[in-house]
Design a binder for this molecule. Sequence first.
Ligand code: 1HN
Length: 355
Amino acid sequence: MSTANSFAQSPRETPHTVDSTSSEYYQGLVSQNLAPLWVSLSRLVPEEPKPKAQAFAWSFADVFPRLLEAGELISAEQAERRVLVLENPTLAGQSRITDTLYAGLQLILPGEVAPAHRHTQSALRFAMHGHGAYTAVNGERVAMAPGDFIITPAWTWHDHGSHADGPVVWLDGLDVPLVSFLHAGFRQQHEETAQSLHRSEGESLLRYGSGLLRPDDEKTATSPLFKYSYERTRAALELITRREDMDLHRGYEVCYVNPTTGDTALPTIGASMRLLPKGFGTRPYRSTDGTVLVCVEGKLRVSVEGNVFTLTPQDVLAVPGWHLHQIEAESESVFFSFSDAPVHKKLALWREERQ
Ligand code: 1HN
């Protein structure tokens, strides 16, 4: 005898059970490409979110040597992108760090070029290690230094290169799983390895980074400012800690925004930098968006539904949606994070709980 789930689990209704006499009926449905909703309704419409991803951390010290080995195995040009994907253990083989987001660590060596291409997936780069590499977006090159946040808007040509004297590593965050779910992915290879440059470095900052717009400048879905330096971000955080109140659930936080709208820099991925004073622990918090944290300074102890992770600089942690968590700073700590919150918010699905 098999038991079918019932949607309403309340005592007012007894679950419907399926006995063997009706199994012929159920088999018949399959052959007619039909399915009984009463079997799957509670799974389709859960009482609360149950992400498939689990909370999981990657130590940079463990991944970095593997990246260097990859550097000996394959060139950036051969690989197109020499990346080790951070795969959530419960989503193995699916290139997902959370249910909806992709993350990986990319290595570029001196003199290499990762060839120009474009795609409809939106990307962010968070620089982690080394100086002297650059990414080119829309005909402008920007240098990447640790802590810098750089965006590659959907359908913009981008290539990366390095004049460094050692390895350079950054974290890529993309909305790949979301775009795959929607089957909205397109990709093109540029005819040249590196796109030609028609803007000088710093133009995007000069044009859009001073609170100045032309009267007829359009509001764009993605930020026209494509690099947010750590130097400026850190200085803004520092000022806020001296002048403003701290959110007891989030700490001090600055969000990377599109200067034409005040919305998130990318339409599908929200990102921010947070600071927690030495000894401070956030109150328990959860929200529906799945988040990736990267420790930048200090030392963090993150408890996610009872599992504890210790993060030191460059370590990465996945916190799936609706997982209650608390973050404690052993010393003054700064961390970057990104999530799919803008999608939840645009679809009026976003919720948070502050305990
Ligand atoms: C991509 O275009 C990059 O441009 C990195 O560096 C990682 C992962 C999936 C799809 C596209 C890059 C990527 C990617």
